[in-house]
Ligand binder design. Structure first.
Ligand SMILES: Nc1ncnc2c1ncn2[C@@H]1O[C@H](COP(=O)(O)OP(=O)(O)OP(=O)(O)O)[C@@H](O)[C@H]1O
Ligand SMILES: [Mg+2]
Length: 324
């Protein structure tokens, strides 16, 4: 029995990898012989520096991305000396799995990685298509393959980010259409890996279970990256950066109030790391606005319009719950 071989259109022929034929319009990227030449041509250092600067913590994640970037840079230098084997199946496998709790930065890092891969020429466009089970799997027979292929077509040339990927596999339902989506994904991950990077994301324990039942998927994932929960101090620093990016700041005592807020919020259900920080700050800004809105005749200075006061934070439900 022969299996149908899915091929998603839109992938260019791998001729661009040949050192003899530099793609027109590109500044002779094929000629680089040193790491700094490749770095200068691809400008990935700017993206990596930004990643270091913009994202608080995540030291192991940042290191892994640097390692992957180093591998790709060296691969480029090898290709320039004609050392890379030819053919599309020799591109390094860059499919990844991001495990971690909600709000630990998985989507954010996926966007940066797509940018790096694009600058190094591993994907043509560098966009990220983010999906969940419902985008891939149909409700009725015959609906899944077209849905999955449509998504793959959109993602081609970039990164396909599958959130909570384990929902694709439902062992309790023998005839689940998720299996069909997995099989199509597997073929494209193998055959078109020079133009599509798949990132699976989700909770670590469920992902482990998923890989145990889907060894084919597991064997195609080259990089497993774990996103740890943020500590208290990291969450505060994340809050500082989020506020600065919106031209806000903590007024006297407000940062301390936010620290207390975090201590309480972390112990409550559905705490989602940096995402909870963002949501809490949004609500604090709302309260700050109501506070200013109440006094119609006051001339509002820049400081008034940019400062969060302790009460803007202490009015949160999180504190009321503790008082009762
Ligand atoms: N280390 C960090 N430094 C600064 N901001 C961060 C950091 N990690 C996450 N954020 C911010 O927190 C928010 C949530 O991050 P993101 O969406 O990347 O998390 P996620 O792991 O994909 O979450 P989910 O599982 O809920 O989708 C974003 O606004 C992001 O910019
Ligand atoms: Mg996300």
């Amino acid at each position: 029995m022969t299996k149908p071989l899915y091929s998603i259109p839109g992938t260019p022929q791998p001729a661009a990898a040949s050192p003899a034929a530099p793609p027109a319009g590109e500044p002779a990227s094929t000629g680089a012989r040193t790491v700094s030449e490749v770095l200068a041509q691809s400008q990935i250092e700017a993206v990596m520096d930004e990643l270091d600067r913009d994202l608080v913590g995540l030291a192991p994640v940042k290191q892994r991305i640097r390692d992957i970037a180093a591998l790709l840079v060296i691969d480029k230098l090898r290709a320039n000396l004609g050392l890379a084997a030819d053919g599309r199946h020799t591109a390094p496998s860059l499919h990844m799995c991001f495990t971690g709790n909600p709000g630990t930065g998985k989507t954010t890092v996926a966007l940066r990685i797509a940018e790096i891969l694009h600058r190094l020429g591993y994907v043509r466009k560098g966009h990220v298509v983010s999906v969940t089970r419902d985008d891939l799997v149909g409700q009725y027979i015959g609906h899944t393959a077209p849905k999955t292929k449509e998504v793959l077509k959109k993602a081609m040339g970039g990164v396909l980010f599958i959130d909570e990927a384990y929902y694709l596999y439902r062992p309790e339902n023998e005839r689940d259409y998720g299996q069909e989506a997995i099989e199509i994904l597997l073929q494209v991950m193998e055959n078109q890996r020079d133009d599509l990077v798949v990132i699976l994301a989700g909770y670590k324990d469920r992902m482990d279970t998923f890989f145990k039942s889907n060894p084919g998927m597991s064997s195609r994932i080259a990089h497993h990256i774990d996103f740890p929960d943020y500590g208290n101090e990291e969450l505060l620093q994340i809050a500082d950066r989020m506020l600065a990016a919106q031209h806000y700041r903590f007024g006297p005592g407000a940062r301390e109030a936010f620290e207390q807020y975090l201590e309480r919020r972390m112990r409550q259900p559905h705490f989602a790391n940096a995402r909870s920080v963002r949501n809490a700050l949004d609500r604090a800004r709302l309260r700050a606005a109501s506070r200013l809105f109440a006094d119609r005749e006051r001339v509002l200075s820049e400081a008034d319009l940019t400062t969060l006061m302790p009460d803007d934070i202490l009015a949160s439900r999180v504190f009321q719950a503790a008082a009762s």
